[in-house]
Design a protein around this ligand. Structure first.
Ligand code: GLA
Length: 395
């Protein structure tokens, strides 16, 4: 069990930075959180609402402007360094971890004065590829850090746009808008309500003194995840095309009358019926979850999370046995209010909402059952809502 990280401390990394890039001006340090999504699974790209929370773990970036004319990127957590002239950045993704920050730096090229460059060392304590938005986190921290060392004063909406443009336009993942919003707008002790149709947001408090958010990492990493994710996006697009017919004003499945879906069931391909069942059901569950939280009914919120998992497993087909084990074992523990897979699925983590007093029994019971069934130990951490992106002190 892991009780969560201490505040990010960059000073230990100064030496590492100097050993990778040489001495000289001291870098500035920036931090962006990861996120966990509690409700609204696979709704962002369907125009629905989502309820993520920024967590108190994230990506740290040490950034320094240089006169080298080069972009140099390194990570203490990933193999391989990137080093190229600013005016010769790749036009297509390389398949390496640094595609995400390159996608951001490419957008900022005209902000560099002639002959200048940038050195960035990434670190942090966010599990990578676990469904906690490590990609949005590294993009947002790059957008913030590079902007600041170049003398800018951009805010969250610009970092969010840069992150989206990097992932969609450069890396090539058709991600929804949830992750960069959740990372960019994090506020401790709050969930974010984000309406993905009109991008309106609201911070909704969750009593951190009474409730905890646990994240259980199955340890399963699937290379297939991005491909399968794009398949789900495409299937929702197909369903939308059928249901809206010629009505161009219908932009998302969210705009479709659920009655029209019900009436079309018999003529739709079976796989699209299952996908639609999840999406239309999740629109309703997420609205109910927000109302439940507003009236302080956290137990109801939790039970909607568990219903969401069943739908992700049976209708959206993005779960795997390891994630089902975690949800089953977690929801048997007294004091647990709800659990479901989080992120795209196919591996990664489950999120558990529980009373503070239940954290130890959750960790013990889930670990025991998981070990018995799958032969390795899951990683269990508890989080508080994290702060949004910011510069951090280095001493
Ligand atoms: C991934 C995507 C998000 C969202 C979730 C599913 O994490 O990056 O945009 O679609 O899956 O809710």
């Amino acid at each position: 069990m892991n009780s969560g990280p201490a505040e990010p401390v960059a000073c230990d990394l100064d030496r590492e930075f100097a050993s990778r890039f040489g001495g000289g001006e001291r870098p500035r340090a920036f931090h962006a959180p990861g996120r966990v999504n509690l409700m609204g699974a696979h709704l962002d790209y369907n125009g629905g609402a989502v309820m993520p929370m920024a967590i108190d773990r994230g990506t740290l970036a040490l950034v320094r402007a240089t006169r080298s004319g080069r972009v140099r990127l390194a990570s203490v957590r990933e193999r391989g360094e990137f080093d190229a002239p600013l005016d010769a950045l790749p036009d297509a993704p390389t398949g390496r971890w640094y595609d995400y920050p390159i996608g951001v730096v490419r957008q900022l090229r005209d902000r560099f004065a002639g002959g200048s460059g940038i050195d960035v060392l990434f670190a942090g304590d966010l599990p990578i590829g676990a469904g906690l938005s490590s990609s949005a986190s590294i993009c947002v921290v790059t957008a913030l850090g590079v902007d600041r060392v170049l003398g800018g004063d951009s805010g969250p909406s610009e970092w969010i746009e840069r992150a989206l443009a990097s992932e969609r336009g450069f890396v090539g993942v058709q991600c929804g808008i949830m992750d960069p919003f959740a990372v960019g707008l994090g506020r401790p002790g709050h969930l974010l309500w984000l309406d993905c149709s009109d991008r309106s947001t609201e911070h909704v408090p969750l009593d951190a003194g009474r409730y905890a958010v646990g994240i259980v990492d199955s340890g399963v990493r699937r290379e297939l995840a991005a491909g399968e994710f794009n398949v789900r996006v495409a299937q929702c697009g197909e369903l939308l095309a059928i249901l809206r017919g010629r009505d161009e004003s219908v932009r998302w499945l969210r705009d479709v009358d659920p009655g029209a879906f019900e009436r079309s069931r018999s003529s739709l391909p079976e796989v699209l019926v299952r996908r639609g069942e999840h999406v239309f059901g999740e629109f309703v569950r997420t609205g109910e979850a927000r109302a439940a939280l507003a009236r302080g009914d956290v137990a109801r919120f939790g039970s909607l999370m568990t219903q969401s998992h069943a739908s992700l497993r049976d209708c959206y087909e993005v779960s795997i046995p390891e994630l089902d084990t975690i949800v089953d074992a977690a929801t048997d523990v007294p004091g647990v209010l709800g659990a479901r897979l989080t992120g795209a699925g196919f591996g990664g983590c489950c999120v558990v909402l529980l009373e503070r007093g239940a954290t130890e029994s959750l960790a013990e019971d889930v670990e025991r059952t998981f070990m018995q069934r799958h032969g390795h130990r899951p990683t269990i951490s508890f989080f508080a809502g994290g702060e949004g992106p910011r510069e951090v002190a280095t001493d």
